[in-house]
Design a protein around this ligand. Structure first.
Ligand code: C5P
Length: 402
């Protein structure tokens, strides 16, 4: 039985020749048990009639903001709340551009902006339009906004030209929807703790010791766990990155000690704990209540004391939790990472080398090697941090790569 049974799906249709394939997609989704509400753009109606679509979906097609003769208002907000998934197929270059930039001049876009759950887009256009930097920029924006892109195929296009831009086949789009829902159930009921970002150790009310960690890697891991259905607690140091996924409980902390306390108090009932934070190793022994003055001194000495090692603390408390740490090494990488894994009683350690131009702080990409307590060493190429998060979670959950 398909996992689309009983799911509420909005099928957004924009004005491309591939709209005829949306009829097949609609039939497939309905056959697999989904309840489908069609939202079509004014241009879409030039390609396919609402009568066909409403007959197949069993629901009136939504296109205008209100029905002209009765004045009945169509609520895109209610639709957005109702839906478990929104699929825009075909998505023309124009609709993709409007989605990426929030140009809400039709019912499809207002519905998109109100959609609370996942949105999936199946682009369809001519090869030059697909290749155009503006389309590619908009696609990238949608990806960053969390939209799943069902990539177009290469093949013969309506224009007679041959190239990439043809909308993916309805069967493949329906499979992508099924994949999304099964992924969402993968870690249902699992509890996950993630630390991210730097810690700031105060010197006085205006100064601190910190580091360049952006929090991007830890945030991507928390988001990926949440997308697979886990309950996530994210303990974040001072960072400035947006958090995407729903279902994440975020606790903001500043210092290593605060981070340690938050971690320890949540550790007991966790299944997976990923320590991606760059915790300061030392903190000033005393924090001045007033701003330290410069006058009268040629230099100053800060007396530092060692911070708690959160990973080692949790490693000593560990029962059934899987504990995953990170290591950033400049030399003897594998050897040092393995040593840390043993010393802190970790199950896995994710090694990223500062020597690699695609790895590390502030960047959107990372290149990691995941090392296991049983001697596994799995190398990955450089990827976007969101993709790296998927690889890491695949390894620690399944013990293997896909
Ligand atoms: O020992 P090192 O700092 O290289 O270890 C890195 C790993 O240990 C990371 O997972 C980091 O989050 C964690 N760590 C910690 N508490 C510290 C220092 C590092 O939990 N005080």
């Amino acid at each position: 039985m398909s996992n689309l049974k009983g799911k509420h799906i909005i099928l957004g249709i924009s004005g491309g020749i591939a709209a005829y394939k949306s009829v097949m997609l609609l039939r497939l989704l309905v056959k697999k048990g989904a309840e489908v509400q069609v939202v079509i753009t004014p241009n879409g109606k030039e390609f396919i009639t609402p009568v066909t679509l409403s007959s197949l979906s069993g629901k009136p097609v939504v296109s205008e903001f209100f029905t002209a003769n009765t004045g009945e208002w169509h609520s895109h907000v209610d639709l957005g709340i109702w839906a478990d998934l929104m699929i825009v197929a075909p998505a023309t270059a124009s609709t993709i551009g409007k989605m990426a930039n929030g140009i809400a001049d039709n019912m499809l876009i207002t519905t998109y902006l109100s959609a609370k759950e996942q949105v999936m887009v199946a682009p369809a256009m001519d090869l030059d339009m697909w290749r155009h930097p503006s389309t590619q920029r908009n696609i990238e924006t949608l990806r960053r906004d969390g939209v799943i892109i069902v990539e177009p195929e290469a093949g013969e296009l309506a224009s007679g030209l041959i190239g990439k831009g043809r909308m993916e086949e309805p069967e493949k789009i329906a499979e992508a929807a099924e994949r999304y829902f099964s992924r969402q159930e993968e870690l249902h009921g699992k509890k996950v703790l993630v630390t991210a970002g730097p810690t700031f150790e105060n010197i006085d009310p205006v100064r601190f010791i910190g580091n360049y960690s952006s929090g991007k890697m830890g945030f991507a891991i928390a988001e990926e766990f949440a997308e697979r259905g886990a309950d996530v607690v994210l303990i974040a140091g001072p960072v400035n990155v947006p958090l995407r996924a729903e279902g994440i409980r975020r606790i903001d902390v500043t210092s290593a000690r605060e981070m340690r306390d938050a971690c320890v108090s949540h550790f007991n009932d966790m299944d997976y704990v990923v320590l991606a934070a760059a915790v300061a190793d030392y903190a000033p022994a005393e924090v001045s209540d007033v701003k330290i003055k410069r006058e009268g001194t040629d230099g100053m000495t800060l007396h530092l004391v060692k911070n708690p090692d959160i990973a080692a603390t949790l490693g000593a408390l560990k029962k059934n939790q899987k504990l995953i740490g990170f290591a950033l090494e400049t030399d003897h990488e594998l050897e040092n990472a393995l040593h840390k894994l043993k010393k802190k009683n970790l199950d896995w350690i994710v090694l990223n080398s500062l020597r690699d131009p695609d790895a590390g702080f502030m960047k959107d990409t990372n290149k990691v090697t995941v090392v296991g307590a049983s001697g596994e060493v799995i190398d990955f190429p450089a990827k976007q941090k969101s993709e790296v998060a998927k690889d890491i979670i695949d390894v620690v959950v399944n013990g293997e790569t896909e």
